[in-house]
Design a protein around this ligand. Structure first.
Ligand code: NAP
Length: 228
């Protein structure tokens, strides 16, 4: 990945931390973004932290503009930003929860890609987005989350179709429950051996962004762990 400029959204998250480190290990120039990201989050001269709130069009556009101002191009967007809400049936789901799920899981990726796709077309770039198993397999009590992730899958597949003429690829990974610090805290008695390792997902993200991944486009990739 030497010479490639990679934007990782959610770079200090449970998964994003691994994705950012994996791109750095592969030699990429990595811009990591989140609301609270700091330069000291990663010890590498190839890491740049740009804090941004990307659930607004202006925030996402300004972030992408800053990447291009600094590095002159954009090769890869690895989008890990997302959020979860559960425990409410559709009949009980309040407006704020429904809106928050769509802001985090759909609007963020829409705003980032609307700003980034024209640049990615110049570099035969790559988009790798993180959805969720729930996008394809809705469960009781997670309707707003599932619907927002399903909409994200549709959006990514549309980007794949619209930009294949430029050699741009767009794929979405659907993890099952991942072994993150937040999940360990939230579900203390779980059988962690069944969970998906974020390091494995990160390797897949980097593979999709690399030379060998160039022929994979519009894929919706389940990574469900031992619960599959
Ligand atoms: N964890 C799981 O088991 C699991 C399972 C299936 C799918 N997923 C999906 O995988 C992805 C990563 O999950 P995760 O557990 O790593 O999430 P996480 O730890 O909660 O990290 C979320 C990241 O997104 C950033 N973020 C949130 N809202 C933002 C906004 N408005 N603007 C900019 N950055 C924002 C956070 O930034 P700050 O730290 O600055 O707030 C953080 O870096 C998500 O899309 C999630 O839905 C997770």
């Amino acid at each position: 990945m030497k010479g490639k400029v990679v934007l990782v959204t959610g770079a200090d998250g449970g998964l994003g931390t691994y994705v950012t480190q994996a791109f750095l290990d592969a030699g990429a120039t990595v811009v990591g973004t989140s609301i609270k990201i700091r330069p000291s989050d990663f010890e590498s001269a190839n890491f740049t932290a740009l804090a941004a709130e990307i659930s607004t069009s202006a925030g996402a556009k300004s972030l992408v503009d800053q990447v291009v101002e600094r590095f002159g191009k954009l090769d890869v967007v690895a989008h890990t930003v997302g959020g979860f809400a559960g425990g409410q049936s559709i009949a009980d789901t309040d407006d704020a929860t429904f809106q928050r799920m769509f802001d985090l899981n759909l609007n963020c990726v829409f705003y980032i890609l609307r700003a980034a796709v024209p640049l990615l077309r110049n570099t035969s770039g790559r988009v790798i987005a993180i959805g969720s198993r729930a996008a394809l397999e809705p469960g009781a009590g997670v309707g707003a989350y599932s619907a927002s992730k399903a909409a994200m899958v549709s959006l990514i597949r549309t980007v794949a179709v619209e930009n294949k003429d430029a050699g741009l690829t767009a794929n979405v990974i659907l993890p099952g429950t991942m072994d993150t610090p937040a999940n360990r805290k939230a579900i203390p008695n779980a059988d962690i051996s069944k969970w998906v390792q974020p390091a494995s997902v990160a390797k897949l993200v980097v593979w999709l962004a690399g030379e060998a991944g160039k022929d994979v486009n519009g894929a919706v990739i389940p990574v469900y762990g031992k619960d599959a």
